[in-house]
Design a protein around this ligand. Structure first.
Ligand SMILES: Cc1cc2nc3c(=O)[nH]c(=O)nc-3n(C[C@H](O)[C@H](O)[C@H](O)COP(=O)(O)OP(=O)(O)OC[C@H]3O[C@@H](n4cnc5c(N)ncnc54)[C@H](O)[C@@H]3O)c2cc1C
Length: 352
C-alpha cells in the first residue's frame, strides 16, 4: 500500500514513546504521534482517516494527565510557538499566542511587553493551548479573566472557531473543552491585558515573599511573577527531578450543611464560600493530609512529603500504580469524611 500523502510541516512517528512527554515520567506509547509545526496543516492532518479516530489525544506538555496505560489512539502535538501583539489600545492590548507555546515563556513575554494580568499564573507548566482546557488558576487568579478569544478547530465540523469566554463554559478547573475532549483542538489563544496593573498581592504569601525579596512599595508585575515563581519552586516538586502533575485532586464542592457538620466535628477544617451560597469548597489537601497520606509511598508511587495533593513518581512507577494509589486516597477520604474527591488531570488509558 502506498503511504498516504502527508501535509508538509508535520512529523509522523509510529509506535512513539511518550515517557518524556508527560511530567509524571511514566512509560507510555502511542500507535501514532503526529507533531504539527504549522497550524495551517491541521485541517488536512485531521482529515486523514487515521486521525479521525475518537480516541485521538491532543497532547501539550503532558503536565495535566496520567498515562494509566498506553494512549488508545493517535496522539497530536502542536509545536506552533508564535506570540504577537495583535492590537495596542494604549491602556490595554490584545495579544495572541499559538497553542504549542510554553505558558511560562508566554507570561514572561507579556511582562516584557509592559502588559500585566498574568503575573499570578507564572511558572505553571505546560502550553498556552492547554491553559483554557481546565481554566488554569493559581494565587487568586484564573486564566478565564484575561482570555479574549480561544481559537479552536472543531473536529466534526472541520471548521476553525473563534470562541469568546462566554462560549467556553469556564468554571473552577473546567471548561467546555475539558467536558468534550474529542470536540476541539485549541490552535491559539488571545488575551486582553492591561498596561496599568491591578495587582493581587493578598494571596498565599505573595506579600511576604515580596518583602523577603527586598521589594518596598508597590511592586511591578514582573516582581509579582518572580515572587510567585519563588514560592512555587519552594512548595512544589520540580517534575524534572521528581515526576508529578501538580495537584492531583480538585477541591471538592459540597452542600453548605455538610461542610458545617464536618466543621462541627473539627473546627480547624477549612471551608470556602464560592458563588453559590448553598455550597462550600473544601480543601482536598487538608482532607488527604488528615487521612495520613502526606509523604506515604507505595513502591515507587507516593504522595509528596511537602504537599498532600501532589502524587509523585519516585522513579519507575507505572501510571497504573499511581492511579491505584489515587483511588485508595480517594476511598479513604470518602470513608472518613463522606466526601468524594476527583482527579484534576486527565486519565488516559483507563477510567477514574
Ligand atoms: C508542578 C506542577 C504545578 C502545576 N500547577 C498548576 C496550577 O497552579 N494551576 C493549574 O491550573 N494547573 C497546574 N498544573 C497543571 C498543568 O500544568 C496545567 O493544567 C497545564 O495547563 C497543562 O498544560 P499541558 O500543555 O501540559 O497540557 P497536557 O497535560 O498535555 O494536557 C492536558 C489536557 O488538555 C488537553 N489539551 C492540551 N492541549 C490541547 C489543545 N491544544 N487543544 C485541545 N486540548 C488540549 C489534553 O488533551 C488534556 O486533556 C501544574 C502541573 C505541575 C506538573
Amino acid at each position: 500500500m502506498p503511504e498516504p500523502s502527508r501535509p508538509p510541516g508535520c512529523r509522523y512517528t509510529e509506535d512513539a514513546r511518550l515517557d518524556a512527554r508527560n511530567t509524571f515520567g511514566v512509560a507510555a506509547r502511542a500507535p501514532l504521534l503526529v507533531e504539527i509545526a504549522d497550524a495551517a496543516a491541521l485541517p488536512a492532518v485531521l482529515a486523514d482517516p487515521a486521525l479521525r479516530d475518537d480516541a485521538l489525544l491532543v497532547l501539550g506538555g503532558g503536565s495535566n494527565l496520567l498515562f494509566a496505560g498506553d494512549a488508545p489512539g493517535p496522539v497530536l502535538a502542536l509545536e506552533t510557538r508564535g506570540m504577537r501583539v495583535l492590537a495596542d489600545h494604549g491602556d490595554f492590548a490584545i495579544v495572541r499566542a499559538d497553542a504549542g507555546a510554553s505558558w511560562d515563556a508566554f507570561v514572561r513575554w507579556t511582562l516584557s511587553q509592559g502588559l500585566a494580568g498574568l503575573e499570578n499564573l507564572a511558572l505553571i507548566p505546560g502550553t498556552v493551548g492547554a491553559a483554557p482546557i481546565q481554566n488554569i488558576g493559581a494565587y487568586g487568579t484564573e486564566v478565564r479573566e484575561r482570555i479574549h478569544v480561544v481559537e479552536a478547530f472543531e473536529r466534526d465540523a472541520g471548521e476553525l472557531r473563534r470562541m469568546a469566554p462566554d462560549r467556553c463554559a469556564f468554571a473552577y478547573r473546567d471548561s467546555a473543552f475539558k467536558r468534550e475532549p474529542d470536540r476541539y483542538v485549541v490552535t491559539a489563544v488571545e488575551f486582553a491585558l492591561p498596561r496599568t496593573p491591578a495587582l493581587r498581592l493578598d494571596y498565599a504569601g505573595i506579600g511576604e515573599e515580596l518583602a523577603a525579596m527586598g521589594v518596598a512599595g508597590t511592586p511591578t508585575p514582573t516582581q509579582v511573577a518572580d515572587a510567585v515563581s519563588r514560592i512555587r519552586r519552594r512548595k512544589l516538586p520540580d517534575p524534572a527531578v521528581l515526576g508529578n502533575a501538580g495537584s492531583f485532586f480538585k477541591n471538592p464542592v459540597v452542600p453548605a450543611a455538610q461542610a458545617e457538620a464536618l466543621q462541627a466535628d473539627d473546627p480547624s477544617m477549612p471551608a470556602f464560600r464560592g458563588d453559590d451560597p448553598a455550597t462550600r469548597k473544601l480543601s482536598a489537601a487538608w482532607l488527604i493530609d488528615r487521612c495520613g497520606w502526606k509523604g506515604q509511598r507505595d513502591g515507587a508511587a507516593g504522595v509528596a512529603a511537602s504537599h498532600a495533593l501532589v502524587l509523585v513518581n519516585h522513579g519507575g512507577a507505572t501510571g497504573a500504580q499511581l492511579l491505584g494509589l489515587a483511588r485508595r486516597i480517594a476511598a479513604s477520604v470518602q470513608a472518613r469524611f463522606g466526601v468524594a474527591i476527583e482527579p484534576e488531570p486527565r486519565i488516559v488509558g483507563d477510567r477514574w
